[in-house]
Design a protein around this ligand. Structure first.
Ligand SMILES: NC(=O)c1ccc[n+]([C@@H]2O[C@H](COP(=O)([O-])OP(=O)(O)OC[C@H]3O[C@@H](n4cnc5c(N)ncnc54)[C@H](OP(=O)(O)O)[C@@H]3O)[C@@H](O)[C@H]2O)c1
Length: 271
């Protein structure tokens, strides 16, 4: 399946940011030059994110906005109203990318039902692109016939140097599905890694910047989050770092399957 890839390589994540922090973080990110903002209904900050985008003065058409459908809203007839509510909060008539945030928690709702409803939302034009998040190979295989010729634009999954998530990465790449790496900094766990530190020194960069550059050099989009302007800037600057094949290979050895998102409602991950 071919996809026209235009998810900006670098986005600003807003999970775990209350409205005030999300508002300021998005303003800072847009001012620095980010063109992609990631939010979700469960982050409870879509209104603040939408307001920050508006107040930033940046042309709405220059910002790629991603939000998601919450799995609690996968019941019969519930997906469209949930998306309409998100759009109302964002103050937008359309987003750039809409994701199913998770496969149905504990398989409560049949995939056929909520994915079909999701197709209706797309066909109504409420989003430019559609994709999935936290979908396993099994969930994508089951979804593909329902998507039909509508591209699965991305699978947003946890990927960082300590959890490189190869099975789902390889599968998505074989299907032409772009990967978006969430928790790309492993929520700060990578900061003192000796291998990253050594490479960082060579590039006059921070370990976080090298961790992000690694993922972007592999072709993934990344959506790091910070509430500190200096770090939001540092993360942005990571896009211009080019790592050698040898440096990439040495970071690849750091994979230790350290999954951070392992709540009991998560699907059975591919390993
Ligand atoms: N689809 C999903 O299920 C899902 C799940 C999780 C996350 N996400 C998305 O992915 C985004 C990012 O993931 P995440 O927030 O879990 O983890 P992350 O971006 O890997 O890490 C965020 C943490 O790293 C710190 N940090 C950020 N930049 C740094 C830097 N340059 N140097 C040192 N520390 C830095 C931040 O602290 P400070 O704020 O103190 O700087 C924060 O504690 C989320 O905001 C959300 O949009 C999606």
């Amino acid at each position: 399946m071919a996809t026209n890839f235009d998810i900006p390589k670098l986005g600003y994540g807003t999970w775990n940011r209350d409205k005030k922090a999300a508002y300021q973080g998005v303003l800072d990110a847009l001012d620095i030059g980010y063109t992609h903002i990631d939010t979700a209904p469960s982050y409870q900050n879509e209104d603040a994110v939408g307001k920050a985008i508006k107040d930033s003065g940046v042309d709405r058409n220059s910002v790629f906005v991603t939000t998601k459908v919450d799995p609690h809203d996968y019941g019969e007839g519930e997906v469209l109203p949930a998306v309409e509510k998100s759009l109302e909060k964002l103050g937008m008539d359309k987003v750039d990318l809409l994701l199913l945030h998770f496969p149905s928690l504990y398989e409560k709702y049949p995939l056929e039902s909520y994915v079909s409803q999701f197709m209706d939302v797309y066909d109504k034009g409420l989003t430019q692109h559609i994709g999935v998040s936290n979908f396993t190979i099994k969930h994508i295989e089951e979804s593909l016939p329902i998507f039909g010729d509508r591209p699965i634009y991305t699978n947003q999954v946890e990927i960082h140097a300590y959890m490189q998530n190869k099975p789902i990465v390889d599968y998505c790449q074989s299907k032409g599905i772009q990967l978006t790496a969430y928790s790309p900094l492993a929520r700060g766990e990578l900061i003192n890694d000796p291998v990253l530190l050594k490479i960082a020194e060579k590039h006059n960069a921070t370990t976080s910047q090298i961790a992000l550059a690694f993922l972007m050099n592999l072709g993934y989009s990344v959506i790091p989050s910070s509430d500190k302007r200096k770090r939001i800037q540092d993360n942005f600057d990571a896009e211009s770092i080019h790592l050698s094949e040898q440096e990439i290979a040495s970071i690849e050895t750091l994979d230790k399957g350290m999954r951070l998102n392992n709540a009991d409602y998560c699907p059975e991950w591919d390993v």
